[in-house]
Design a protein around this ligand. Sequence first.
Ligand code: 4AD
Ligand code: MG
Length: 461
Amino acid sequence: MARIRDILQTGEPGQHLKVQGWVRTRRQVKEFTFVDLNDGSSMAGLQVVIKADLEGYANLLKDLTTGSAVEIDGQLVQSPGQGQRVELQADQVMVVGTAPADSYPLQKKRHSFEFLRGLGHLRSRTNTLGAVFRVRNTCAQAIHQFFQDRGFLWIHAPIITASDCEGAGEMFTVTSLDLNHVPRTPNGTVDYSQDFFGKPAYLTVSGQLEAEIMALTFRDVYTFGPTFRAENSNTSRHLAEFWMVEPEMAFCDLAGNMDLAEEFLKYLFHAVLTQCPEDMDFFNQRLDNSVISTAENIINHTFERITYTEAVALLEKSDRRFEFPVAWGIDLQSEHERYLAEDLFRRPVIVTDYPTGIKAFYMRLNATGQTVAAMDVLAPKVGEIIGGSQREERLDILEQRLQQAGLDLETYWWYLDLRRFGSVPHAGFGLGFERLMQFITGMGNIRDVIPFPRTPDSIEF
Ligand code: 4AD
Ligand code: MG
């Protein structure tokens, strides 16, 4: 079955075609009805012309409403009207599924994104969400292409895990225990030995630790899959379930890691600009008129690279009044990150060498001990989009860091083993896929760049 996108691009007048899709709008003039038919393959729909003398015309119009599903046979003709090269003259129209006008919630007027979130089962039929999910698909494909072209192996990290990669305690528990009758040990704690895995299990917050295992075999690997965080953050940048891309490279240091991150982001922006021009133009016209120039700016300029200590000095020097006061040692807040990327440098900024105390246990300790070889890539409007580091490859230091973080060495025995057997300097990062989608499309709320957002108190659909 021909897709509308292909018909619009390569369809030839004279062709007889069958098309299937959903009615976006219908416009009636004296002897015709124009239908804008959309099948999701492109932003633009196919204009279908139904002549008033078509058999059963009056009856047909009753059912041919916005949202109804139809199948149409007809002939492609050159369009005399403006805005399209070809249109379809209908010979036969079948309404496959009706959508009564008095109850179908997506009418022609513009709906707010918030309203549409309550219609998670229908909102992909709107122009904006349709464009978002097409760009998302292109971007996912480009991510694989980027790594496959460079010889990276795609690793399928587990979703259920026993270890907390970030050590931040933001994990969802996975259990098959009857929560109404939880078995207890003699001292009153939950008896996980009776649980499915015989010990506590969680949804993964990151595939990094498993990627490190594989990097020490295959050199260059990446994960791309869902990750989960039980952090109670109701912001426009946080999801409880989000997708993360995590490359991990053996024989690589922080500089190599930064180079890859920069090349990677440039590649992805280039891919969507060339493969989704129609959708990107739409975002630029309707949502944020800096979307295209931002993308071109990313592709054509090198990223700024500064240390955390330099970043703090710049923030302290600025006359901006921040809600969270700045001092060496604080974790940078979104307002600080955005100030740096959006106002000061006006492009992505890679901040490196954060204080040891605010970063995860696996990051490589720098010579002074005060900082670690961490890097965050900060993007205009979105703030942190990538977090990564060189990893601590020295066994004794890693053991100390785990202990200082209050983590149990036993749980991480295999991770420590990697430092006993063929340990090498290695590095990697995690790109939040939805943050990237926000960055690319200009969408303000992260809930609108993932088909089915999971956030605190919200899990419909
Ligand atoms: O900075 P994070 O926590 O780093 C890691 O998880 C490392 N293990 C990555 C690595 O080195 N392999 O998360 C990485 C990225 C963030 O920069 C952000 O873009 C995204 O994941 N992210 C979230 N996106 C949406 N909702 C959340 N709750 C997110 N938390 C992190
Ligand atoms: Mg981070």
